[in-house]
Design a protein around this ligand. Structure first.
Ligand code: ADP
Ligand code: ADP
Ligand code: MG
Length: 456
């Protein structure tokens, strides 16, 4: 039963992206937004809006009864949760289903299983996918943690099962730090995610973060190859690219096949991402987590494969079988995504919301800008700082890097500090051009770059 009217329970660039995909499929759209977002770009381009409540997310975008009531008021038959907010909340997905609506994403049980990182590790193991050496499930007391740590070895990470967005991860370098850190990790997890369960994982010192995009219809699963997401700050992705410049065709095949096997083992329905760490010292790869939703960096996979992932999410949710075959999906050229955030890289990435004065996005072949900005738009201080994703596609990686530098130089965006200058410096760096980096490289480079500035 195809979707007749779609409620978008999100904001910002992803709300715009989802509305545009729905328009392409001729599905009428309703934006469920907070009071402060009624003049957002997504509100302007949606066919209709429903106000959820006051600006603060707990009163609007995280308010489950308000979202369900909005869907019922406007007669929507489906809800797309976007990313962040309620996107990986199994209770929300269940509430949507219980209200007789379609949840655009996997079944609530799949979210519950794969959204809990400790449970997801067991699902991966059951599907024969290697996981980072660590505890079997959660650890509940210090004795158990110390016993487990002595077999994993130090350094290790204490990770919240319910964590996400780069938060809920603490380091333990020795048995003493584990004693000290375990209770802190547990109480932080309780405060941030409402669940104090944590598990232990070996810390992979030189790792690349490589993830595989998958699409499933509950029956068949395909992959859209990998994304290289090692350039991170505080475990948050800054610049992503597809394909990874650093893996062999054999490793690519192994990663993609293991992602398909895992998704197949849980009869996955919708778009999902399986995240791995590749140990650059040993060449081994390990599952770290699955994201059961659309991801921020999905456009680079769309650029290299030509598949509209968000449109497929809507089609699959409407009951259409996935008609794409794996043999049809090829890697075409190279794509990059640079996240422009309203943050000041000179002041420790301090958030800098403001009003957009001047705005010009370059246009042309291989240039895609996913953004919710318009001239005169006042950026509310309540939400994520993402302003735009500058996505570049070219026939090969050197050309994509070159076009990216040109596009960044041509952008005109004033009214606030952004991470644009950081991307310009990054594009001029040797390690990016060489494709030679791991998950700690960006932070080391930032520290070194700051020291140099201070010396002058
Ligand atoms: P992606 O690879 O899509 O960036 P992230 O895990 O970074 O994946 O999450 C995407 C968005 O959702 C980000 O804006 C992040 O801030 C937010 N997010 C994800 N999980 C959480 C969480 N548990 N708590 C708060 N924000 C989250
Ligand atoms: P989140 O849910 O916050 O996205 P992840 O488990 O995906 O958490 O980890 C986020 C990032 O933290 C990874 O991309 C990687 O940089 C780092 N990380 C996670 N697990 C490990 C590990 N076992 N060893 C080294 N780095 C890790
Ligand atoms: Mg992750």
């Amino acid at each position: 039963m195809a979707i007749k009217k779609l409620l978008i329970a999100n904001r910002g660039e992803i709300a715009v992206r989802i509305i545009n995909a729905a328009k392409k499929l001729h599905i009428p759209t309703v934006l469920a937004c907070s009071e402060i977002d009624v003049d957002s770009l997504a509100a302007k381009i949606a066919d209709q809006i429903e106000v959820l409540g006051p600006a603060r997310s707990e009163h609007s975008y995280l308010n489950i009864p308000a979202v369900i009531a909005a869907a019922q008021r406007c007669g929507a038959d489906a809800v797309h949760p976007g990313y962040g907010f309620l996107a990986e909340n199994a209770i929300f997905a269940q509430a949507v289903v219980d209200a007789g609506l379609i949840f655009v994403g996997p079944q609530p049980e799949t979210i519950a299983r794969m959204g809990d990182k400790a449970l997801a590790r067991s699902a991966a193991q059951a599907a024969g996918v290697p996981v980072v050496p660590g505890s079997v499930g959660e650890v509940w007391n210090l004795d158990e943690a110390q016993r487990c740590a002595s077999s994993i070895g130090f350094p290790l990470l204490i990770k919240a099962s319910a964590g996400g967005g780069g938060r809920g991860i603490r380091h333990a370098y020795s048995s003493e730090t584990l004693t000290y850190e375990l209770p802190i990790a547990q109480s932080e997890a309780q405060a941030a995610f409402g669940h104090n369960g944590v598990y232990l994982e070996r810390f992979i010192t030189n790792a690349r973060h490589i993830e595989v995009q998958i699409l499933g219809d509950g029956n068949k699963v395909i992959h859209l190859y990998e994304r290289e997401c090692s350039l991170q700050r505080r475990r948050q992705k800054i610049l992503e690219e597809a394909p990874s410049p650093a893996i062999t065709p054999e490793l690519r095949q192994a990663l993609c096949q293991s992602a398909v096997n895992l998704a197949q083992s849980i009869n996955y329905l919708g778009a999902g991402t399986i995240e791995y760490l590749v140990d650059t010292d040993s060449g081994e790869f390990f599952f770290i987590e699955m994201n059961t939703r659309i991801q921020v960096e999905h456009p680079i996979s769309e650029m290299i494969t030509g598949v509209d992932i968000v449109a497929w999410m809507l089609r699959i949710a409407g009951g259409e079988p996935l008609s794409l075959d794996q043999q049809q999906i090829h890697i075409n050229g190279a794509a990059l995504e640079m996240r422009l955030n309203a943050e000041d890289p000179e002041r420790n990435f301090f958030p800098c919301p403001g009003t957009v004065n001047e705005l010009y996005w370059p246009q042309g072949e291989g240039i895609r800008i996913d953004s919710h900005l318009y001239e005169g738009y006042r950026i509310p201080p309540y939400y994520d700082s993402l302003l735009a994703k500058v996505v570049i596609h070219a026939t090969n990686r050197p050309k994509a890097l070159q076009l990216a530098a040109q596009v960044l130089g041509d952008i005109r965006l004033s009214g606030m500090k952004t991470t644009l200058p950081l991307h310009q410096r990054l594009l001029a760096s040797d390690f990016l051009a060489a494709g030679d980096f791991h998950t700690n490289s960006l932070e080391s480079w930032l520290t070194a770059a700051t020291v140099v500035t201070e010396e002058y």
